[in-house]
Ligand binder design. Structure first.
Ligand SMILES: Nc1ccn([C@@H]2O[C@H](COP(=O)(O)OP(=O)(O)OP(=O)(O)O)[C@@H](O)[C@H]2O)c(=O)n1
Ligand SMILES: C[C@](O)(CO)[C@H](O)COP(=O)(O)O
Length: 391
C-alpha cells in the first residue's frame, strides 16, 4: 500500500495579512510548512510528500523541507482545487494507492490521525478528520443574528483528508473552484467520505492569533528552579561603598578584586546556582586582571544573559544585606530599581531588605558586610549540559 501526501502551500495568506505567506513563517524554531511536513511523516505511513506552491516559491519550499522525503515542488493555482489538481497530476505518472491532502498551514497532526484515516479508506473512497460542533451556531448579518443554525450532525472538517488516489482523480471533474476542502469534491461526485475523530490541536493557521496560540502550545514546559547565593566583603577606608548597584554614602567601602558589590555578587551566585552553572568566580575569576575594580553590574548582566540563553526567565529575586551600618532602607527602592533594570524585569519581582546581627560577629563590629540572595527561575529543561560543565 503506497501512500503519498500533497502539501498545499500555494495560498497567499490574505486573512493572516503578513508580507510573507503564513506557511513560511517561523513557529517554535522552524517554518510552519516544515512542521506540517514532519507531522505528515511522523506516523511512518506516508512514503513521500508532493509540495504545491506559488510560482517562484519552489526553491524556498525545497530548502524549508530539505532532508525530508519530498518531491520537487509543483506550481499550484488560484483556487485550492487548482492546486490540488496540479499536485495530483504530478503524482499521476507513478500513482500511489492512497493520497492525503494537507494544508501547509496546519502544523500539528495529532498522533493516530493518519492511521485512522487509512483504516477508514478500507471501507470508503475518502475519509477526513472532523470535530463535532460544540457551540451554538448563529448566522449573522450586519452585526445582528439572522438565524440560529441547528448544530445537530454538524462537524468542522480538518486535514489531512485521505482518498483512494483513483477516486480523487476521478472526482476532479466535479470540483468547483469554490470548494474549500477536498472531501467536497468526492461529495459532489456522489462518493462516500468517512468522518474520523479530529482534534482541537489540529489548528489551521488563518489569522495571526492562530500562530500565537500555536506558539504557546508548542512552547516547552517551564519548570521552577531555585538558587541561593551568599557573599562577604571586608569594609576598608578609602573605597566607595557600592551595594546592589548603588553607591551609598559611608565612611568606608567594601574591599575586593572588583567593586566588591556584595549584594550583587550574592544575587549573581543565586542565579548561577539556579542554572547549575557554577558561581561568579567561575565566570569572572579574581585571578583575571580584567575584573580588577570592575563594575559588578556587568556580572549581573551576564547572569541575566545566561537565563535568556537557556530560554528561561526570572520569576523573582530576594536580596538580604547584613550590616549594622549604613542603614539600607533609605536606599532599598533605588537598589531594587537598579537590579530590576539590569535583569530586565519589573521592579515588583525584586526585593532588597536588610538585617543586623545584633552587633554580634564581624558584621556586628562593622568589619564587613554580608549578603544573601534567593531567586526563582523558570527554565525549559533540566540543566544537564550546565551540570556537566560546572565545577
Ligand atoms: N490556491 C490555493 C489556496 C490555498 N492553498 C493552500 O491551502 C491551505 C489552506 O488554505 P487557507 O488557509 O485558505 O490559506 P490561504 O489561501 O493562504 O489563506 P487566505 O484564504 O486567508 O488567503 C494553505 O496551506 C494554502 O497555502 C493552496 O495551496 N492554493
Ligand atoms: C481544508 C480546510 O482546512 C478544512 O477545514 C479548510 O476548509 C480550508 O479552508 P480555507 O477557506 O481554505 O481557509
Amino acid at each position: 500500500m503506497r501512500i503519498m501526501a500533497l502539501l498545499l502551500a500555494a495560498g497567499g495568506g490574505t486573512r493572516f495579512g503578513a508580507a510573507t505567506p503564513k506557511q513560511f513563517l517561523p513557529l517554535a524554531g522552524k517554518a510552519v510548512l516544515r512542521h506540517a511536513a514532519e507531522a505528515l511523516l511522523r506516523e511512518g505511513l506516508v512514503e513521500a510528500i508532493q509540495p504545491v506552491c506559488a510560482p517562484g516559491a519552489e526553491a524556498q519550499v525545497a530548502a524549508l523541507l530539505a532532508g525530508l522525503p519530498v518531491r520537487p515542488p509543483v506550481i499550484g493555482g488560484a483556487s485550492r482545487q487548482d492546486s490540488v489538481a496540479a499536485g495530483l497530476a504530478a503524482l499521476a505518472a507513478d500513482p500511489p494507492d492512497l493520497v492525503l491532502v494537507h494544508d501547509g498551514a496546519r502544523p500539528l497532526i495529532p498522533p493516530g490521525t493518519i492511521a485512522a484515516l487509512v483504516a477508514a479508506l478500507a471501507e470508503h473512497p475518502g475519509a477526513i478528520p472532523a470535530l463535532a460542533v460544540a457551540e451554538t451556531l448563529k448566522r449573522g448579518e450586519s452585526g445582528l443574528i439572522a438565524a440560529t443554525v441547528p448544530r445537530d450532525k454538524l462537524f468542522r472538517a480538518q486535514t489531512p483528508q485521505a482518498f483512494r488516489f483513483a477516486a480523487l482523480r476521478a472526482a476532479q471533474g466535479f470540483a468547483s473552484a469554490a470548494a474549500t476542502d477536498d472531501a467536497s469534491v468526492l461529495e459532489a461526485a456522489g462518493m462516500a467520505v468517512a468522518l474520523v475523530p479530529g482534534h482541537p490541536d489540529n489548528i489551521k493557521i488563518t489569522w495571526p492569533e492562530d500562530l500565537a496560540r500555536m506558539e504557546r502550545m508548542m512552547a516547552p514546559a517551564l519548570l521552577p528552579y531555585v538558587g541561593t547565593g551568599f557573599d562577604v566583603h571586608r569594609l576598608v577606608p578609602g573605597r566607595p561603598l557600592v551595594l546592589c548597584g548603588i553607591t551609598v554614602p559611608h565612611e568606608k567601602g567594601l574591599d575586593g578584586h572588583s567593586d566588591a558589590d556584595v549584594g550583587l555578587h550574592a544575587l549573581c551566585d543565586a542565579i548561577y546556582g539556579a542554572l547549575a552553572e557554577g558561581d561568579i568566580g567561575r565566570w569572572f575569576p579574581p585571578s583575571e586582571a580584567e575584573w580588577k575594580d570592575a563594575d559588578s553590574a556587568r556580572f549581573l548582566t551576564h547572569a541575566a544573559g545566561r537565563i535568556a540563553a537557556r530560554g528561561g526567565r526570572l520569576v523573582n529575586a530576594d536580596v538580604t544585606l547584613i550590616c549594622e551600618r549604613p542603614k539600607i532602607t533609605p536606599h532599598a527602592g533605588a537598589m531594587r530599581a537598579r537590579l530590576a533594570a539590569l535583569l530586565g524585569v519589573d521592579m515588583a519581582a525584586i526585593s532588597v531588605k536588610a538585617t543586623t546581627t545584633e552587633r554580634l560577629g564581624f558584621t556586628g563590629r562593622g568589619e564587613g558586610i554580608a549578603a544573601q540572595a534567593a531567586v526563582m527561575l523558570l527554565l525549559p529543561e533540566p540543566p544537564q549540559a550546565a551540570s556537566n560543565a560546572a565545577s
